[in-house]
Design a binder for this molecule. Structure first.
Ligand code: 13P
Length: 336
């Protein structure tokens, strides 16, 4: 078994998932301002350190995706953030794209940037202790989108990224996110997500990426959030599995879904259904940002010194997600 394959499996072992705490400073500022907390470097590390040092981390979280600022910060105890994460038995990862920018030639769509100088930055992140990485391509659904151009350019960038990351002995998370925005049907989401993912794997193969050392981070199959007709959790699970079976090569060890604007409960319930029906060889777990942190952030914002209370809220969410990754979640457990 290759080192990369071992790392990917370790991150997702026994129902563990990934905490996506890699919000850029801009996004984190929005999140903190929405709960009336000042977005200072001190407050950003305080919230994150509160989560990273919680008991649930060692039980439920196999990997944490960090942002450039965070991986260079120190905790209250003087540990580096990576040291803290490793002490909790988890693996540190890093977001390495530099964001989605307007795509020339189709300027209502986006192309993710960050390839220039990436090899050098990856070397630095490896030295800082990162063992996996993330890059997010983003796609909108409308009648005309995602365009062929956006599907092609984003897949190409994801593949160049993944090849460089493996060269630096880290596991790339490949994240093609088809957004929930809009009023499109679940059928549209199914067909467009399938096309996007297939194209990503065509490019990964062309770029000689070792698929056993990759984690795919896709969206689930859902109707657009403004669509009148929504589908059931069970239908989401069925369609999501069908889409992944048709578009992901069997060598890929694990799939870790993004939450993408679903509520905490919806993201948990859908993941649970997926795992109840999962008849593939893929591990199906989570790599949630909002669906792991929302309640904890709300609780923390009321008293940023309440570390224990905030950790309790986070631990509960992480436990529920891990149960869902094992197909063992039920709504009654939410109230215990
Ligand atoms: P959400 O789970 O909030 O969608 O965030 C996951 C993520 O990493 C998006 O890039």
């Amino acid at each position: 078994m290759s080192e990369l394959n071992k790392t990917a499996l370790k991150i997702l072992e026994s129902g563990k998932g990934i905490l996506a705490a890699d919000e850029s400073t801009g996004t984190m500022t929005k999140r903190l301002n929405s709960v009336n907390v000042e977005s200072s470097p001190q407050n950003r590390i305080l919230f994150r350190e509160t989560l990273f040092s919680s008991q649930g981390m060692s039980k439920f979280i196999g990997g944490v995706i960090l942002y450039d600022e965070t991986i260079k910060q120190k905790t209250n105890d003087g540990l580096s953030v990576v040291e803290l994460i490793n002490k909790m038995g988890s693996i540190a990862g890093i977001k390495v794209d530099t964001g989605a920018k307007q795509l020339a030639g189709s300027n209502k769509e986006k192309i993710t940037e960050g390839l220039d100088g990436l090899r050098e930055r990856l070397g630095e992140y490896y030295k800082l202790g990162a063992r996996f990485t993330k890059w997010r391509g983003v796609y909108n659904i409308t009648k005309d989108y995602p365009s062929k151009l956006s599907i092609h350019t984003n897949a190409h960038a994801l593949a160049r990224y993944a090849a460089l990351v493996q060269e630096c002995n880290m596991v790339p998370i490949v994240e093609p996110e088809v957004l929930m925005d809009g009023d499109h049907s679940a059928e549209d989401c199914f067909s467009k997500t399938s096309t996007v993912i297939k194209k990503c794997f065509d490019e990964l193969i062309l770029h000689k990426v070792d698929l056993k050392g990759v984690i795919l981070k896709p969206n689930m199959i859902l109707a657009g959030k403004d669509a009148k007709l929504q589908i059931s959790n069970e239908e989401t699970a069925k369609q999501t599995i069908k889409c992944l079976k048709n578009s992901v090569p069997n060598e890929v060890p694990g799939i870790a879904f993004l939450s993408g604007g679903q509520s905490e409960i919806q993201a948990t319930e859908n993941l649970n259904h997926i795992n109840k029906l999962n008849d593939t060889s893929f591990i199906m777990s989570y790599s949630y940002g909002r669906a792991l942190q929302q309640s904890a952030l709300k609780h923390w914002s009321k008293n940023i010194k309440d570390i224990t209370g905030t950790q309790k809220v986070f631990d509960h969410r992480a436990e529920m997600c891990t149960l869902a990754a094992q197909g063992r979640w039920s709504s009654e457990l939410e109230n215990n």
